[in-house]
Design a protein around this ligand. Structure first.
Ligand SMILES: NC(=O)c1ccc[n+]([C@@H]2O[C@H](COP(=O)([O-])OP(=O)(O)OC[C@H]3O[C@@H](n4cnc5c(N)ncnc54)[C@H](OP(=O)(O)O)[C@@H]3O)[C@@H](O)[C@H]2O)c1
Length: 215
């Protein structure tokens, strides 16, 4: 029987690339969108569900999964500054990049098979050790996401031998990464799919080549 992956935020960019890559590898794929994504719907035999990571009333997806990848994310307000940030802007970026994904991940855990994996699309920009500052809204939301992911690994996933991963996809040519980014969606998705396929137990913060990253 084929393995089954759920990719949350598969309408475009890295999430759409992951849907294509897992499909090519023979996995059954379910991808989620917020609003209709023609590109996602055009992929053969990919199941599509509608989900917004900031809205728990949308958190129900049918299926049992070997791997769940919560990829959805935003940069947050353009100024990115703690001095200019409003409560609404902080809430939006934290809910979308950290608390929504953690809530969703916990909700989906019972649908992940024993020995499977739960991945969150993080960023090297969430690393405190690596940080040169700047991008304050985005960085802190991904740092918070890493903290929440480690907590899920320790408290919720361990018992069923489910691996929890915080993934850095590289600097990728997408709407978010921009045209000057270092790698294509295809290169990133191939590496990320290798990392997810090889995941086994525990928690790891790794990039798309499998390299461990500093917290
Ligand atoms: N590109 C990079 O260089 C880079 C580097 C490090 C980390 N990342 C991370 O990788 C992930 C994907 O990035 P990307 O470059 O592919 O970005 P992107 O092209 O901007 O795509 C973002 C994806 O997230 C979805 N999304 C945003 N808010 C959502 C919400 N509230 N609920 C559900 N889906 C939502 C979008 O759906 P809609 O189409 O509905 O907006 C879209 O599918 C993000 O978590 C990002 O932080 C990217």
């Amino acid at each position: 029987m084929s393995k089954h992956v759920l990719i949350v935020g598969a309408s475009r960019g890295i999430g759409l690339g992951l849907a294509k890559e897992f499909k090519e590898r023979g996995w059954d794929v379910t991808g989620t969108e917020r609003s209709q994504s023609e590109e996602l719907h055009s992929l053969d035999e990919v199941a599509v569900a509608t989900l917004d990571v900031t809205d728990p009333s949308t958190f129900s997806v049918d299926g049992e999964f070997d791997a769940v990848i919560v990829n959805a994310g935003i940069t947050g307000a353009g100024h990115q500054s703690s001095e200019q940030a409003t409560s609404e802007e902080v809430a939006e970026v934290m809910m979308t990049n950290a608390f929504g994904p953690a809530h969703l991940g916990k909700k989906l855990l019972p649908q992940i098979k024993q020995g499977g994996s739960l991945s969150f699309m993080s960023s090297l920009m969430g690393s405190i050790e690596d940080s040169s500052g700047g991008y304050e809204l985005y960085r802190t939301s991904k740092t918070a996401q890493n903290m929440l992911a480690k907590g899920i690994a320790e408290q919720d996933a361990k018992q069923r031998d489910i691996a929890v991963l915080s993934l850095h996809p590289g600097w990728v040519q997408t709407d978010m990464g921009g045209p000057n980014a270092h790698i294509t969606v295809e290169e990133s998705a191939k590496g990320l799919a290798d990392v997810v396929e090889n995941a086994s137990g525990g928690y790891a913060y790794v990039d798309y080549t499998g390299k461990a990253l500093p917290f």
